[in-house]
Design a protein. Structure first.
Length: 1014
């Protein structure tokens, strides 16, 4: 007979009556019993297992739910203390399961609970109001009040019988049965861990570090992570009481805070791992505190994946991927069901403040039901237990059923809104600060902050502004009795010792300002879009004069080229040959002639500074940022903008232009950047902001070319297509999932697509910017699995074809794109291999870098102008190589890891420091071609006082900005330089190297311009 069908005993022999019964002897049950007894109630606890401790009572038996052998708590001790019985000081910050169990035993000893605890007593059925049937049905307990503490982690949520898991033909297990990794089902197996919780990451780490062949970890909706430690302190205590001021959810201040701490410290989402980027805002979903997994991802022991798309026997394909992966075993860490099988009807998901059941006159309560986004279940359970005991003893009253029903409806509606991702799955999710205050109010035990502010301001300050949340707060009251003072002392003991991570506000203040502005802007309804006409007028340009805007038959403006000679060619071969000659002359020839030392002071663009001067400059910038935030919407706006431009020019050490022109440039760049991001998202909604940011770097260079040519500043289809094209091709060419054969086939196909075009191309029909249909692609069999990638690549070519007509004078556009692709393929020569001891020579590396760098910039030039003069090509080759070197310097660490040889990593591989190539790169930026003047420069507006043209200003600024980026990259590579050189190099920087590192110049500038910060 099923449990629920058992008849109730009629005899009274085995029947007992208590005032209150507690079901479950885990952490929550123990707390409930203690407080009920403390209120003088006749309370008894029934636990099905042979020990108290709940999941913390470890059992090797797979069929008993509980922790695994290596488990430690993930929330720190601060959140785990009982408010009147702290963990001993000798226990570490993150106790093991054995230590938690010992602590609970000593708690039961201390409060003399044992005589009211009944072990080996499973409640199999509960009848209202209230009779409980035990184990074999031969014993019944009656009671007036019932407290359910049977835990949230007892019954597995197991999706293996539903789609797509039911398609899997390998083996399965659930984390609930996991005890140790040493099990045949894991040994030497390809394991997929499914889930984003702490158990999932702990088990993935353990398996990958021990016996699994390969571990993949799939997190469907991404996940917020945070590390256990910040410096030497537990990271969760950084959520100080001050956070209440920020708000509990995704408020402006929380975002600033996230930007200040989270992202710089742990990366986007807390890991920086793209596949796990969370889809919900910070604090609107559970935070995983087992971040060791990130190290294992970095070591390539755990491979991060998003959700599962399809399963075909043992082949699993993940979202946003094409190629399936073979898996032997799926370890489901899919959580637990919040169910209570001993009830037949009670709706446990509709509790008043997650504690009291409805319709039973307040006689049924649940403890251990709140799961904070960060913090701990036991801390919330203790407050709940105190409240339940106070209500059952009559000390506190519940409102009427009607009021409770109304409150429940509002609660769940808000919950759905706050936790959209977890609302259905994790009804228990709460915010620690908010929830503990709610229950604290019910109990009347919230710390009297208002009172303390006037009577004990120092204590107020320490509690409110300089300490973490702790359970002791709910015993501090007005700090008058000895018990309250003792709780205060215990609370103070949770304050971390001075940790530098808590004292770095200054370094990151700038980011906070940017984020603040970003958030305030929409709120104030500030219009970031300036009309195109306004801008072009500001720049002295004439929008209607350029045919590309109208997207009609493509024409190019006529250059008054004077003595400039156009780059001529008949065939692609000729184009290549000629271009390579120009490439060598304007890049490597110059590079080889450069001295190895840093530039001397004779060049008036080079500026050396003392640390004092560098610090003063930074202070000035920070002050400006502050001043800007306060006054930019006032009559001082114009002054602020002029000051901003002057500061920028001063920092780069470039001659200035008139403010009006600079203002126009700034506005246009912001508008175009935003348009680019929007267009990118419209075309491909799966692309992430980071990918777009990377893709969009060349957008600014292309805008700079438009400026130099006196063209209207707009995001043309070709700018968009070009900037998106190479991330998509990189994705394919660099992917480890794509076979060598497929890559070769793709190279051929793409080359043809660029040089010949589509057979069906019709110049009158413009591509409408929507993703094409994959089914219409005709691909060889080796590329079938890459169709989704290839369709995007070909669409980008279509965007370019919208602007540049094929088969005429603009063939250079397509040929230049083909050369990029060729050099991209050639760059495989840069990969050193251990298998066959292949290592490139420095000459090879230099050649590939020069060709590759130059190719991408001449293509950018062709896409803006359609045709280029030889002088322009030479300049772009020069610039492209410089930018390539900058890129390579920025990526030194990653390239070292991947055995990718650039001029810098090759230098290191040859046992030399980076002094010489870095010095040469800086010399390179200061070389004559950077200051080249072209005949068409005169068409651009100039400063009436100095005569500097816009074109020249843009070119010089680009180079000087590159120098700053070179210095920024170098500042992070101290270990690769000699001490003297590093010191000398730092004197060229506008700020001290330490400040420069923290500034993240490129991202900051991108954010300022994109958001039109001032
Ligand atoms: C691996 C793992 C790690 C965790 N780490 C943390 C952490 O770091 N911080 C944190 O806050 N939380 C953590 N948790 C959550 C954990 O649930 C809580 O820490 C805490 O144990 C909750 O206590 P509880 O008493 O509510 O539930 P449990 O510990 O699950 O105890 C419930 C008890 O009820 C008993 N029971 C159930 N049904 C019956 C019945 N019908 N009759 C009689 N007895 C019954 C069970 O046998 C069990 O002893 C973790 C959970 C897991 C699985």
């Amino acid at each position: 007979m099923a449990d629920s069908e058992q008849p109730l005993l009629s005899s009274t022999e085995n029947r007992e009556k208590h005032s209150v019964v507690v079901i479950g002897g885990g952490w929550s049950g123990i707390y409930a019993l203690k407080y009920l007894l403390g209120e003088g109630l006749d309370a008894h606890l029934y636990e099905s297992r042979s020990n108290i401790g709940g999941i913390w009572y470890f059992d090797e038996n797979e069929n008993v739910s509980g922790v695994y052998k290596s488990a430690h708590v993930t929330s720190s001790k601060t959140f785990l203390h009982a408010s009147d019985f702290p963990f001993p000081k000798t226990i570490g910050e993150f106790p093991s399961h054995g230590e938690v169990l010992a602590y609970l035993h000593s708690y039961a000893d201390h409060f003399k609970l044992w005589s009211n605890i009944h072990l080996n007593s499973k409640i199999v059925r509960v009848e209202p109001q209230w009779s409980l049937i035990l184990n074999d049905g031969l014993k019944i307990i009656d009671c007036n009040y019932l407290v359910v503490c049977s835990g949230q982690h007892q019954i597995a949520s197991d999706p293996r019988s539903s789609y797509p898991f039911n398609q899997f033909t390998g083996t399965f297990s659930h984390s609930i049965t996991y005890k140790t990794p040493y099990d045949n089902k894991f040994i030497n197996k390809r394991i997929l861990v499914v889930g984003g919780g702490e158990t999932a990451s702990d088990l993935a780490v353990e398996l990958s570090a021990t016996i699994a062949k390969r571990v993949y970890m799939s997190i469907r909706g991404g996940q917020w992570f945070q590390a256990r430690l910040l410096g030497q302190q537990p990271a969760d205590i950084m959520y100080t009481m001050l956070m209440r001021l920020y708000g509990y959810y995704d408020t402006i201040l929380v975002r600033c805070w996230r930007r200040i701490f989270f992202v710089p410290m742990w990366g986007v989402g807390g890991t920086g791992i793209r596949e796990w980027t969370p889809t919900v805002p910070f604090l609107h979903g559970f935070i995983n505190k087992s971040r060791e997994i990130v190290d294992h991802v970095a070591l390539n022991r755990v491979i991060p994946k998003r959700g599962i798309k399809t399963i075909n026997e043992q082949l699993i394909t993940f979202d946003k991927e094409e190629n399936p992966i073979e898996i032997d075993h799926i370890l489901l860490c899919t959580g637990f069901q919040w169910t209570h099988p001993f009830f037949s009807s009670t709706d446990i998901h509709d509790l008043y403040k997650l504690v009291f059941a409805s319709g039973v006159d307040g006689t049924l309560a649940f403890v251990g039901t709140a799961r904070p986004v960060f913090g701990s279940i036991p801390a919330m359970a203790e407050l709940q237990a105190r409240w339940v005991a106070a209500v059952f003893s009559g000390r506190r009253r519940l409102p009427s059923e009607k009021v409770m029903a109304k409150s429940r409806r509002a609660y769940w509606a808000r919950h759905a809104n706050l936790y959209p991702h977890d609302h259905k799955r994790l009804k228990q999710l709460v915010n620690l600060f908010e929830y503990s205050d709610v229950i604290g109010d019910e109990l009347g035990v919230r710390v009297a902050l208002f009172y303390l502010f006037f009577r004990h301001p120092r204590s107020w300050y320490r509690i409110y502004c300089a300490s973490p949340w702790s359970p002791f707060l709910f015993r501090i009251g007005r700090l008058s009795s000895d018990d309250e003072k003792l709780a205060y002392q215990r609370h103070l003991a949770c304050i971390p010792e001075k940790d530098q991570a808590f004292h770095r506000y200054n370094d990151v203040m700038l980011s906070a300002y940017i984020e603040l502005d970003l958030q305030i802007r929409p709120f104030l309804r500030i219009n970031t879009k300036t009309k195109h006409e306004e801008l072009t007028t500001a720049l002295g340009l004439n929008a209607s004069s350029h045919p590309i805007i109208a997207r009609g038959p493509v024409l190019i403006h006529s250059l008054d080229e004077d003595n400039d000679i156009y780059f001529e060619f008949e065939t692609y071969e000729e184009f290549r040959k000629e271009r390579l000659k120009l490439n060598y002359d304007s890049t490597l020839k110059l590079w080889y002639s450069l001295p190895n030392g840093l530039p001397t002071l004779d060049n008036n663009l080079v500026r050396r500074q003392t640390i004092k001067q560098q610090r003063a400059r930074l202070r000035k910038m920070k002050f400006f940022a502050f001043y800007c935030t306060l006054f930019k919407k006032t009559f001082l706006k114009k002054k602020i903008q002029s000051k901003g431009f002057r500061l920028w020019n001063e920092t780069l050490n470039v001659p200035t232009l008139e403010d009006e022109s600079l203002y126009g440039i700034y506005k246009s760049m912001g508008r175009i950047t935003t348009e680019f991001l929007n267009k990118g998202r419209r075309y491909d909604e799966t692309i992430s902001y980071e990918e777009l940011f990377k893709a969009g770097r060349t957008v600014w260079f292309m805008i700079a070319f438009q400026m130099q040519l006196n063209l209207p500043l707009i995001l043309t289809d070709s700018i968009f297509g070009y900037n998106m094209l190479y991330p998509y091709t990189d994705d394919l060419v660099d992917s480890n999932d794509v076979s060598r054969e497929a890559k070769v086939d793709f190279a051929k196909l793409f080359h043809e697509r660029l040089l010949i075009g589509e057979p069906t191309y019709d110049s009158q029909v413009h591509f409408d910017g929507k993703q094409s249909n994959v089914a219409e692609l005709k691909l060889p069999s080796s590329l079938q699995s890459q169709a989704n990638r290839i369709v995007k690549i070909f669409d980008m070519v279509k965007f370019i074809e919208n602007d540049w007509k094929r088969g005429g004078e603009y063939e250079g556009v397509y040929m230049s794109l083909a050369t990029i692709h060729e050099s991209q393929m050639k760059s495989t020569l840069q990969h050193a291999r251990t298998e066959d001891s292949y290592a490139p020579t420095m000459t090879q590396v230099e050649q590939v870098s020069a060709e590759k760098g130059g190719a991408s910039l001449i293509a950018a030039g062709f896409l803006i102008e359609g045709r280029l003069t030889r002088a322009k090509i030479a300049y772009l080759e020069y610039l492209g190589f410089g930018l390539q070197l900058l890129d390579d310097l920025q990526d030194v660490k990653e390239d070292m890891k991947n055995n990718h040889r650039t001029i810098f990593t090759q230098t290191l591989a040859e046992g030399r420091p980076l002094d010489a190539p870095t010095a040469r790169l800086i010399q390179y930026c200061y070389c004559a071609p950077a200051y080249e003047k072209f005949s068409d420069d005169q068409r651009t507006i100039s400063d009436r006082k100095t005569g500097v043209t816009l074109a020249q200003y843009v070119r010089v600024s680009m180079m000087m900005f590159s120098v700053v980026l070179v210095l920024e990259a170098a500042s992070r590579l101290q270990e690769y330089y000699s001490k003297e050189f590093y010191r000398e190099l730092s004197s060229l920087s506008p700020f001290t190297f330490n400040d420069l590192k923290a500034a993240r110049v490129e991202e900051t500038l991108w954010a300022i311009v994109r958001n039109q910060w001032f």
